[in-house]
Design a protein around this ligand. Structure first.
Ligand code: ADP
Ligand code: MG
Length: 583
């Protein structure tokens, strides 16, 4: 290895490696998933390039993954015919440049996160160190000669030009020398089981080299021929190595019969979220634009936890005629639905789909519209379900607690679907400060003659419920929505009116409680103003420069006074608090 260059692992990468090397994690087999997933990514990248220039495929048009093992040497290797890595790629991507996820991964683990989440952080390659004592990566990229990367799980790695030449043609081989305690992975059954489990949905054929017993007819040497039976050939058994295809290749979204757990497993592969999704939608769209879609609604906000990372990848993947378009098309789904994961596969777009092309943009917009409608419809169905026995809340409320702000954001951003989203939005209310309610349920409980929907906003619903500003209303039997999420007030301001009822901020100073005898109430107010004129003047003098106005109010129930905001500049106290926090 005279020509090998030594490189030091970047500090965060070294920490990640260290975690894997010393991990007592019991599901070490996840390195198989990560390594196959990298091979699959490399094949996707090559296939995508080949759309516009098929010369990148050269002599080898096959896009495959091969896995081999050797018990004697305790080695395991994964070979793909994907895009490969140049010498610089090997140095940069496998050691010297840390991605944003690298540090986040270390932090997530420190705060109790599960190693299984690695896929989301872009550190999957290093999971090989769960089982490896030494890793050799051999790679041939079209733009460079074949190079070798070697790491013995220490602080440095070496890179050299392969003295054997460009033997791979194109692609990458990851060869792993297993640790003493990981010998279980040089076993055919263990490998077959794990490859099947983790790679069911990889679109490229995965072959495992297996031992096979075959019978073969061979000529009997002349001096051994039995004169009596006159046979000149005999059957011999022998063991040979042969490639066995492990995964099915038909994409799941094209299949008609799919089991629930297959749907769930595909979600996990796609989203890298180890939890089950709340729900999936599998449909074929027909009409103006035709496509197949398989979409998932997660049960938790996994996507948001790793916002920075996800910002880079589109939540819904676009396939054209079964080919993954690796360029990101974020416009496939509205931003507020970015928690949805899935795939869309259309024959109506060309493989070289481009954002700049008006016709393509039009089709993408139509797809977006249909997907959005389907998702909102699915959410409504879940929202309409009765709670399970013994539960007070249905699954939708659980979902809403995690992802509800997306619905509230949708109301602000998606005017076309505002009505549908208003049916999906939930707020806390004085009906039960710990239970979310829909606007429809609020309306069903409204008092006779009430024609506004009342709300009050602040930072803590348990304080809001005690607010002197709503005591009188409550005493009179009115229900008030308690908005304590910063986005709530923006959302209700956008809703403005629902079912011809105005959403009224009862905290605003210019708003008064409707009285049954409005004329009497006004007269009484006038009389009180007169009666307390001296007191008011004294108060005004006392509070000069601190408040805008001191007046008699109808709002109060038992308290003598309250401070409110004017609302003249359109900002409530709560909104002001929020903008201050943002500044
Ligand atoms: P991620 O896959 O999320 O990018 P990984 O740690 O799994 O993170 O891989 C790091 C990088 O190493 C990849 O982004 C890719 O550039 C490179 N890489 C890993 N395996 C392969 C492979 N089989 N072929 C080509 N490049 C690869
Ligand atoms: Mg990876």
């Amino acid at each position: 290895l005279e020509d090998a260059e030594q490189h030091e692992f970047q500090a965060d990468v070294a920490r990640v490696m260290d975690i894997f090397i010393h991990s007592l994690y019991t599901h070490k087999e996840i390195f198989i998933r990560e390594t196959i997933s990298n091979a699959s990514d490399a094949l996707d990248k090559l296939r995508y390039l080949a759309i516009t220039d098929d010369s990148v495929l050269g002599d080898n048009k096959n896009l495959d993954i091969f896995i081999e093992y050797d018990k004697e040497t305790r080695t395991l290797s994964f070979t793909d015919t994907g895009i490969g890595m140049t010498k610089d790629d090997l140095i940069n991507h496998l050691g010297t440049i840390a991605k944003s996820g690298t540090t986040q991964f270390v932090e997530a683990l420190a705060s109790g996160g599960d190693i299984n989440l690695i896929g989301q952080f872009g550190v999957g390659f290093y999971s090989n160190f769960l089982v490896a004592e030494k890793i050799i990566v051999t790679s041939k990229h079209n733009d460079d000669d074949q190079h070798i990367w070697i790491s013995k799980a220490s602080n440095t790695f070496s890179v050299l030009k392969d003295p054997k030449g460009n033997t791979l043609g194109r692609g990458t081989r990851i060869s792993i020398k297993l640790k003493q305690d990981a010998t279980e992975f040089v076993d055919e059954e263990t490998l077959r089981k794990n490859i099947k489990k983790y790679s069911e949905f990889v679109q490229y054929p995965i072959y495992l080299k297996v031992k096979k017993e075959i019978s073969r007819e061979e000529d009997i040497p002349e001096d051994e021929i039995d004169e009596e039976n006159g046979k000149t050939t005999r059957l011999v058994k022998e063991t040979v190595w042969d490639w066995e295809r492990i995964n099915e290749s038909k994409p799941i979204w094209l299949r008609d019969e799919v089991e629930d757990d297959e749907y769930f497993n595909f979600y996990k592969t796609l989203s890298k979220d180890p939890r089950d999704p709340m729900s999936y939608i599998h449909f074929t769209a027909e009409g103006e634009v035709e496509f197949k879609a398989l979409l998932y609604i997660p049960s938790t906000d996994a996507a948001d936890m790793f916002k920075n990372l996800y910002a880079a990848t589109a939540p819904v993947k676009l396939y054209v005629k079964r080919v993954l378009i690796t360029e990101e098309f974020h416009d496939l789904i509205p931003r507020y639905l970015s928690f949805v994961r899935g795939v869309v596969d259309s024959d109506d777009l060309p493989l070289n789909v481009a954002r700049e092309n008006l016709q393509h943009t039009k089709i993408l917009k139509l797809i977006n519209k249909k997907i959005t409608r389907k998702i909102l419809q699915e959410l409504q169905e879940i929202a309409d379900e009765e709670p399970e026995e013994g539960e007070t809340e249905n699954e939708y409320i659980e979902f809403y607690k995690e992802l509800g702000k997306h619905i509230k954001l949708g109301i602000i951003e998606d005017t076309a679907n505002k009505q549908k989203l208003c049916k999906l939005v939930r707020f806390y209310s004085t009906h039960n400060a710990d239970q979310l309610t829909s606007l429809d349920d609020y309306i069903s409980r409204m008092k006779d003659g009430q024609d506004d929907i009342y709300f009050i906003a602040g930072d803590d619903r348990h304080k809001l419920v005690q607010s002197p500003l709503i005591k009188k209303l409550r005493a009179q039997g009115y229900e008030v929505l308690l908005l304590d999420d910063p986005i709530d007030e923006y959302t209700v301001n956008t809703i403005n009116e629902y079912e011809r009822m105005h959403l009224q901020n009862v905290g605003a100073s210019d708003w008064v409680i409707p009285e049954e005898d409005e004329e009497f109430a006004r007269k009484k107010e006038k009389a009180l103003k007169k009666h307390y004129e001296t007191l008011l003047d004294w108060f005004k003098g006392l509070m000069k420069g601190k408040v805008q106005e001191v007046t008699i109010s109808r709002k109060l129930h038992e308290e003598p006074s309250v401070i409110t905001t004017s609302g003249d500049d359109g900002q409530s106290a709560n909104m002001e608090r929020i903008s201050k926090a943002q500044a």
